[in-house]
Design a protein around this ligand. Structure first.
Ligand SMILES: Cc1cc2nc3c(=O)[nH]c(=O)nc-3n(C[C@H](O)[C@H](O)[C@H](O)COP(=O)(O)OP(=O)(O)OC[C@H]3O[C@@H](n4cnc5c(N)ncnc54)[C@H](O)[C@@H]3O)c2cc1C
Length: 318
């Protein structure tokens, strides 16, 4: 019996969610009185994961796995889960994780709890808390199958250092025939991706036009943040579709989400309200976003944002 965690990486480097799922998996293993096994694919330095509780690390290195493919990756997770008689498999809730987890669950005939936000409140019956109804509610979910697959929501458990000594083992997986192959993936975003960002600076139609995004990019750069936008902004071609966040765009669960000139329509909020602290800048004091905001500035973005940049730059020099 074991808890298997898949620690995802990109271009050899672990995503931040990898440290979170390992921290979580370690605690679940402790609850179950068992060990944690961590699987990595093409990561440069898997030993980093010992700092977050990884005991046994299974490393896979194979050039043909350079680009994520859900069917292939799921087959590897399944193989390792069976070899280590994993009763719980933990994955992140990134876009890749959301493709991967249901296939793994089907392969293992396991129950799957997506968007999980807590450690099991009980291990018998195995019960976890999940986000429901576009993050508007929580549901206590019992997974009754022998094997359980958990998709951990980003930033819900946190990264916890828990230095553990352990072993590392190389694994040669079965490479399966794929109908669809991605040859090359070209990144469309800048240095900080929305998925990995701690801070996201997002702007909407209140910015009036694409020519005004210089100040948004500057604010993002001062904060080391990713840039995002509302749906109409990307529909209008003011910003790339990769920046569209919300119910039909990318989900955001950052530590800080700054919304500038965005009204806060329900479809926008559905995708961003998992962020820990939300700051809203809007000229209209009745804008719905203020109800969801932790901090609100009623003001004109064209006056507020340059002042914010100036103050932040001065603060950073102190
Ligand atoms: C099925 C469906 C799915 C959808 N999915 C999404 C989604 O995933 N993401 C998403 O964003 N939307 C989505 N939408 C659209 C959503 O309903 C809203 O229309 C959209 O979010 C509004 O974008 P906005 O806030 O940028 O624009 P607006 O609604 O036009 O709001 C602009 C805001 O800027 C403020 N403003 C104006 N000038 C200034 C200024 N100078 N300084 C500061 N503030 C100013 C205004 O007061 C206003 O509140 C979806 C809609 C549908 C029907």
């Amino acid at each position: 019996m074991s808890v298997l965690v898949f620690a995802d990486s990109s271009e050899g480097k672990f995503k931040k969610t990898a440290f979170e799922v390992v921290s979580y998996g370690k605690k679940v293993a402790e609850q179950l009185g068992t060990t944690i096994v961590v699987l990595t694919i093409n990561a440069t330095d898997s030993s980093e994961l010992h700092a977050y509780g990884a005991e046994k690390i299974i490393t896979v290195s194979n050039e043909s796995l350079g680009t994520f493919n859900a069917k292939q990756y799921a087959s590897i997770v399944t193989e390792v889960a069976k070899q280590h008689t994993a009763t719980v498999v933990v994955l992140d809730s990134s876009i890749d994780g959301l493709y991967l987890a249901p296939i793994v669950a089907v392969n293992l005939e396991a129950g799957y709890a997506s968007n999980t936000v807590s450690l099991p409140s009980s291990t018998s019956p195995f019960t976890v808390k999940r986000k429901a109804f576009s993050n508007k509610a929580f549901s206590d979910t019992v997974i009754a199958t022998e094997t359980k697959v958990i998709g951990l929501a980003k930033n819900s458990f946190g990264i916890h250092e828990n230095t553990t000594t352990g072993s590392s083992e190389v694994f040669e997986p079965t490479i399966i025939e794929l109908g669809v192959l991605s040859e090359k993936v070209k990144r469309v975003t800048g240095t900080v991706t929305i998925a990995d960002a701690d801070v996201v600076v997002s702007a909407g139609r209140g910015l009036k036009g694409p020519e005004n995004w210089g100040m948004i990019e500057e604010l993002a750069s001062v904060l080391g943040a990713a840039t995002a936008c509302s749906k109409p902004v990307s529909d209008l071609g003011w910003r790339p579709h990769s920046e569209h966040v919300g119910q039909t765009g990318k989900p955001v669960a950052s530590n800080l989400y700054i919304a500038i000139g965005i009204s806060g329509a329900i479809q926008h909020l559905a995708g961003v309200n998992a962020s820990k602290v939300k700051v809203v800048v809007n000229t209209d004091p009745e804008a719905p976003f203020f109800k969801a905001a932790d901090y609100g500035i009623v003001g004109d973005a064209f006056e507020v944002v340059p002042k914010l940049i100036e103050k932040l730059k001065a603060f950073k020099q102190v």
